[in-house]
Write a protein that binds this ligand. Structure first.
Ligand SMILES: C[S@@+](CC[C@H](N)C(=O)[O-])C[C@H]1O[C@@H](n2cnc3c(N)ncnc32)[C@H](O)[C@@H]1O
Length: 428
């Protein structure tokens, strides 16, 4: 039987086989050395974790099971230090369409009016979801980068095989009008200035072997991306900065639900002038492409049709999420996508009331956007600490830092239900 500190420590660790330094783990828990060492020694002697090879000492899990305590360490957090009414209750509240009933209660980290945050391997969580029930799966998986990230990466060779299993499950749970949007960053082969082809291998595998259609390929340009890899770009100066991710929009059938009118881009100044006075500004004529530029081009349709190149800087250093994490002494998730990316696809491919899943949810950017846009959501993240911390996206602005920190600690061990939309909330 483990005590609460052992459980907290274990749940903060990466998956089996991925090591974490003692100092880093102790810091993320915010413990002093004595407390950390006491819990670590007990886990080592029970064989649940083993020492790993790392300078300064590191440990790793032996198996992936999460430990859950039946009672929170603190009494259920109801209204802790909160100046608005009854934000939090300890009861599990079913989300719209009652998706929560498909999951083991202890895997639910928190629920909101519209969503469920799970802590589980998403392959397992997906297997509990009924066929043909989901409108959109949007996600950014761990990439096949060569530099190991703290959340662990599969090697490039194994990547396609690894992600294939998720693709099969996603295809099964999607409605025939459903879509799967997959954001994949580029990578180099190990030790060479040669690009990996893994994103295209994933694309071909999903279409050829799983049966997805490529509805359209998108490219996400992040102008704020830092140059890397340092060796090829900064030091030897033989490659340019890689600032574009491929975003594959897969569909289950030929006719996925989609409406461009929901994501129209602002008109350019030139187009605004044309709309103001089409006759004066533009003489209708044929373009070399054969398109007839008729006076119909002067119609105001509320915005321009966006291109498949999405220009979105990932500069969310001042986001409410990071500010809240900092305020409670936690480090935010290291690889969040910018809110504008899921917002675009959720608006484009779903209607209010539809069901959206993020199968590698990290800081739960997707869930937060869905809550804003009235979509039911399920977010799945295998690390309980990331999943619990994402709760900061849903707590009322008036909640004190202490109360927020307590709530996160509770979510690390048992289910927290966040009642209807906070009265004061800085979005994203
Ligand atoms: C690139 S991050 C996603 C970040 C997210 N888009 C956001 O905005 O915060 C990928 C996440 O997938 C999680 N992950 C990796 N393998 C997983 C699995 N099998 N099941 C569930 N989550 C997994 C990692 O822990 C990591 O947090």
């Amino acid at each position: 039987m483990m005590d609460q500190d052992q459980i907290l420590l274990l749940n903060r660790m990466p998956n089996a086989g991925v090591s974490i330094g003692n100092a880093r783990l102790r810091d993320t828990l915010g413990w002093n050395n004595a407390r950390y060492e006491a819990a670590r020694k007990k886990l080592l002697s029970s064989g649940v974790v083993v020492k790993a090879r790392g300078r300064g000492g590191s440990i790793q899990r032996v198996a992936n099971e999460r430990q859950v305590v039946s009672e929170p360490i603190d009494p259920p957090v109801t209204n802790v230090g909160c100046t608005t009414t009854n934000l939090i209750s300890s009861e599990v509240k079913p989300v719209k369409e009652d998706f929560a009933k498909h999951f083991v209660a202890s895997d639910i980290v928190y629920t909101t009016e519209l969503g469920t945050q799970l802590c589980q391997d998403s392959l397992k969580a997906l297997s509990a979801i009924p066929d043909n029930s989901i409108d959109l799966v949007i996600t950014s998986p761990p990439f096949a980068l060569l530099r190991e990230k703290e959340y662990g990466n599969e090697s490039q060779n194994a990547y396609v095989e690894w992600i294939h299993g998720f693709g099969v499950q996603v295809q099964r749970v999607l409605k025939t009008t459903g879509s799967f949007v997959l954001d994949l960053g580029g990578a180099y082969e190990r030790g060479k200035p040669v690009r990996s082809l893994y994103q295209w291998r994933v694309l071909l595998d999903f279409c050829d072997n799983i049966g997805f259609r490529l509805a359209e390929e998108f490219y996400w340009h992040n102008p704020a991306k830092l140059p890397s890899p340092i060796e090829w770009v900064n030091k030897r100066k033989i490659r340019v900065k890689d600032s574009v991710n491929t975003v594959w929009w897969f569909s289950k059938g030929d006719w996925p639900k989609a409406d461009v009118r929901n994501v129209l881009a602002p008109y350019s100044d030139r187009m605004k002038k044309l709309i103001e006075n089409p006759e004066k500004f533009y003489t209708p004529k044929d373009r070399p492409s054969g398109h007839d530029i008729s006076s119909g081009f002067g119609n105001d349709n509320g915005g321009a049709i966006p291109p498949n190149l999405l220009q979105i800087p990932n500069t969310e250093a001042t986001s409410a999420y990071l500010r809240r994490c900092k305020a409670i002494g936690r480090e935010g998730h290291p690889a969040r996508f910018p809110a504008a990316l899921p917002t675009f696809f959720i608006k484009f491919l779903t209607d209010p009331g539809d069901v959206v899943i993020d199968i590698f949810s990290g800081s739960n950017t997707t869930g937060r956007i869905c809550e804003n846009l009235d979509r039911t959501w399920i977010s799945i993240e295998q690390r309980r600490d990331y999943a619990a911390l994402s709760l900061v996206r849903f707590v009322d602005d008036t909640m004190t830092d202490d109360a927020t920190a307590k709530l996160i600690t509770q979510a690390e061990m048992s289910t927290v239900t966040v009642l209807p939309k906070p009265k004061q909330l800085t979005l994203i």
